[in-house]
Write a protein that binds this ligand. Sequence first.
Ligand SMILES: Cc1cc2nc3c(=O)[nH]c(=O)nc-3n(C[C@H](O)[C@H](O)[C@H](O)COP(=O)(O)OP(=O)(O)OC[C@H]3O[C@@H](n4cnc5c(N)ncnc54)[C@H](O)[C@@H]3O)c2cc1C
Length: 530
Amino acid sequence: MRRWNGWGDDTIYYPLPENAHRLLVERIGKATPLPDATLHNVLAQVPKSHLPDHPLVTKSAEERLRHARGQSLPDWLALRSGNLGIFPDGIAYPTAREDVRNLLAYGREAGAIVIPYGGGTSVVGHITPEKGKNPVLTIDMERMSRLSNLDKESQIATFGSGAAGPDIEAQLRAQGYTLGHFPQSFEFSTLGGWIATRSSGQQSLRYGRIEQLFAGGQLETSVGTLEIPTFPASSAGPDLREMVLGSEGRLGVLTEVKVRITPLPERESFHVVFFPGWQAAVDAVRAAVQGRIHLSMLRLNNAIDTETNLAFAGHERLLALLEKLLSLRGAGADKCMLMFGVTGTRAQCRTALKQALRVFRRADGVYTGTYVGRMWAKNRFRVPYLKNSLWEEGYAVDTIETATDWQNVDHMMKVIEYALRGALVHEKEMIHVFTHLSHLYPQGSSVYTTYIFRTCETYEETFSRWQRLKTAASEAIVANRGTISHQHGVGVDHAPYLVAEKGELGLAAFKTLCRHFDPDGMMNPGKLVL
Ligand SMILES: Cc1cc2nc3c(=O)[nH]c(=O)nc-3n(C[C@H](O)[C@H](O)[C@H](O)COP(=O)(O)OP(=O)(O)OC[C@H]3O[C@@H](n4cnc5c(N)ncnc54)[C@H](O)[C@@H]3O)c2cc1C
């Protein structure tokens, strides 16, 4: 069963390796965990529902609690403390488009706020109900997850929007295809959620972001069904898909989604190169991506990220040996680890590997083969489980991500890291901060920074600590020409910064679009645009 107050399936536990714990104690000090509320106590707080009865709506306290929050740090603090404040009044599980239409009419009649719900993995407050007088209806799309059509000739698959990563890949794999969308939240996040948040998967370099994979479908709105036809390309005015991508549940509910699929690759492998320092490594990956080498993934860790990754990987003796070998080859304390993937036919993989290694060796990269890459591939969706074990040791972890042009990438990384490290200096509190580049484009790159900090004596103080960190990093991003989000979306946490990127005129246009499809203002208010 899914954990109600943390990440993932409660049968999976990923313990914190001893050397990771040692690293954190050394860098930011020993921590004391906060006491967690019990499920029993939180359930006792769920108030009476204010929704009228409906055959598709459950008012079970546990269902309402399990849909009350996502996975952002404020969500975690609310769940762990048991101080949620607001819960949805009812949860619906439609199984067909007609059910969704019916639920929207019911929501409107009841004066409810309606929140479309995919996998609940939002990290920016997308599914947290806004405080207010109206009852809240959450529409969970989990039961609409079937592959209903597979057009092999055009390579288009039609799914229910509630299909989660493993469902999608299992149904496609059985027919020899893949969607190739692998966000780290793959285990639980859904097609509808990916589209509504403009998600990016770990192998976007080969398969594209969700924008490239989303071909069309149906959006159920208060004023009718928006049919989005699929074309290989079209110059017939603005593209309807662009209105839906990143709409964060504000326009309606995606029910059916058509996606572009690819035949399963013959081969796939992940390789690791260590560079002696950051700048040479950045230049090398830029050369690879601008040279259009057919790689399926590039992930470059800065020196602290490399050190942290190796410490969190466990395997102490083996890694000590690797470090010794690397140091002899010139990749010492400042080394930066690059993981890259090659995917395709045997010949395509051979060519890509050869071309990439030529570029990386020119920058003094030391190639270490596929061992670390195999470990990564095995654990790629297990890493988030470390958040649970870090929490149990008194450490909170959060991420901040942006994208910017190449000439600004290094500067952006430095200003974000500087802002985070400096945010709590007056408290003499250290933050463990590290960055990687994981979605690379010929024009620029995403910059993804992780920060680990100690929780305080109370939940309120911990929330205020997080607010100072998040504000400092977000302000650094918008002041330095970065997008407020490369892949997590806007939700509540990024909404105040959106105007810096879209301008007043741009935001007003989106507000008008919301009013057009949702004249009663019932669809997920308070998210994306205020
Ligand atoms: C550990 C972890 C790792 C992550 N890694 C990545 C990553 O690698 N890449 C990445 O892009 N993101 C990542 N995320 C963020 C998150 O997984 C994405 O934002 C994801 O797209 C959310 O999908 P979901 O199905 O969980 O949507 P939810 O969280 O349920 O909802 C998100 C938003 O989408 C809307 N929505 C959902 N379904 C529909 C629908 N059918 N119709 C209309 N609107 C809908 C909701 O109303 C809400 O506004 C990660 C999150 C976590 C916790």
